[in-house]
Design a protein around this ligand. Structure first.
Ligand SMILES: [Zn+2]
Length: 169
């Protein structure tokens, strides 16, 4: 399985490939020279499905669709097609055929895009693995439970400045 690792503060670390059968506990992140420790203890259930995050240990994972990299390109093509259609230029057969091809590509991408698991707490994502049925989709209530802690001093996290709280010089 492929893992897009993130640290406890959800900052990207890098991509690793691990074999769930071998359960490596120390892995080098390709390209960065960084070494990460993976915690496999109780991470797999009886059916060898991933049950919790092996990066941070969180038990709340959600499933979501992982779109292939061509998706962005097709979205741009679809927008171009819509613009051409809106301008009333889609009258010649070649443009209609091109728009049909974009539509077919859209449907194909939806069909081949695979599911992935994402950790609610650290946002590490797990690709190319069988996903157990008990993992649900993203849930606001669960996500709020794992909301990143408020860091004092960071922009937007401070409360309003109240004039009566100002110390009298
Ligand atoms: Zn995690």
């Amino acid at each position: 399985m492929r893992i897009e690792l993130r640290d406890a503060e959800r900052r990207k670390i890098g991509r690793i490939e691990v074999d769930p059968v071998r359960r490596p506990t120390r892995v080098h992140v390709g390209g960065t020279g960084r070494e990460v420790f993976l915690d496999w203890d109780t991470a797999l259930d009886d059916a060898r499905h991933l049950r919790r995050c092996i990066s941070c240990g969180c038990r709340d994972l959600f499933r979501t669709k992982a779109f292939p990299q061509v998706t962005g390109f097709v979205v741009v093509l679809a927008f171009a097609g819509a613009a051409i259609g809106a301008l009333g230029l889609a009258t010649t057969p070649p443009i209609l055929i091109a728009m049909l091809l974009v539509f077919v590509a859209d449907v194909a991408i939806l069909l081949v895009s695979k599911q992935r698991l994402v950790c609610h707490r650290c946002r590490t994502s797990y690709h190319d693995l069988p996903i157990a049925r008990y993992h649900r989709r993203w849930d606001r209530a669960v996500a709020e439970r794992h909301a990143p802690p408020v860091v004092p001093g960071r922009k937007g996290t401070r409360g309003p400045r109240l004039p009566w709280k100002r110390s009298v010089a």
